[in-house]
Design a protein around this ligand. Structure first.
Ligand SMILES: [Zn+2]
Ligand SMILES: [Zn+2]
Length: 281
């Protein structure tokens, strides 16, 4: 059975997210362990991480992933790149303290500069981040992006090239965001389209390195580079790839995290739909 969950608010304390996820019956969840729009969160107290670990043990949640700060650009230059590396290291340390086994990070952006140079800086940044946290068993998952402007990671192949150039550290993996993949041009609307996406992941990355799936439909058209999250089945993608994925035994242990809007049917409605689709394909 797949591990279904959602991105959950940590308002009121990190452990409160587990209570919310448990109420929704989530098997997995994603959180920001700190404000994603700030460079540095305050240090976690032992009491906070204890409360989190205790709540986790008594809940329906079996897997937690963290989403790193949006400010991090591992492909940047100069001071912002140094700050990004430090922030990523700090995030991995927080995850380790909380018992979270993976962190999702956006690969970064070349801004207006040369894409190949930016990809090279990304590889060097990852090297340093993994090196500085080599005693922490936390995986770093690069998220697939919708391909706006100089944003890196708009294809499975590009993320594979980063992993390849880094040397395939066993803590490196990929988070596949279906909304982004579709926005970047991959046609996943049919059963064949889903199968082709998984084949390309198997060929270029290895399915064991797929550490997380992000689940939302896209209001934007395929290949539009638009990243406008929509309720499952209410955008341009439709329900098929989501149904295929939640029924796919190869990903039975991989967190599948809703990133759908909070209006309308909300997480509750989207989870109910995914549960119905589970086992249907
Ligand atoms: Zn993301
Ligand atoms: Zn995402």
């Amino acid at each position: 059975m797949s591990l279904l969950g959602a991105h959950i608010s940590v308002a009121g304390g990190l452990y409160r997210a587990i209570e919310r996820a448990d109420r929704l019956g989530c098997e997995a969840m994603q959180i920001f362990t700190r404000n994603p729009l700030q460079w540095r969160g305050k240090n976690l107290s032992d009491a906070e991480s204890e409360a989190f670990r205790r709540a986790l043990l008594g809940s329906s949640v079996t897997r937690v992933v963290s989403h790193a700060s949006y400010l991090i650009n591992m492909a940047g230059e100069g001071a912002p790149r140094r700050m990004s590396i430090d922030a990523a290291v700090h995030e991995i340390e927080r995850c380790y303290q909380l018992g979270i086994d993976s962190v999702v990070i956006h690969p970064g952006s070349s801004k207006d500069g040369n894409r190949d140079d930016a990809l090279m800086r990304l590889v060097e940044s990852l090297d340093e981040i993994l090196d500085r946290t080599s005693d922490k068993t936390v995986s770093v998952l690069l998220e697939t992006m919708a391909g706006q402007g100089g944003v890196l990671g708009s294809s499975v192949e590009e993320i594979a090239s980063v992993l390849e150039n880094q040397g395939w550290d066993r803590r490196l993996g990929i988070c596949v965001d279906l909304c982004h993949v579709f926005g970047a041009g991959v046609d996943i609307r049919s059963e064949g389209g889903y199968a082709r996406l998984v084949s390309s992941l198997a060929k270029h990355i290895g399915l064991n390195r797929v550490g997380c799936w992000h689940m939302s439909d896209n209001r934007g058209a395929r290949g539009s580079n638009i990243d406008r999250h929509e309720h499952i089945g209410e955008g341009e993608i439709g329900t098929i790839p989501f149904g295929m994925l939640v029924s796919d035994d190869r990903f039975a242990d991989t967190p599948m995290i809703l990133e759908t809007p909070h209006d309308g049917i909300g997480d509750e409605g989207n989870l109910a739909l995914l549960r119905k689709l589970r086992g249907y394909f």
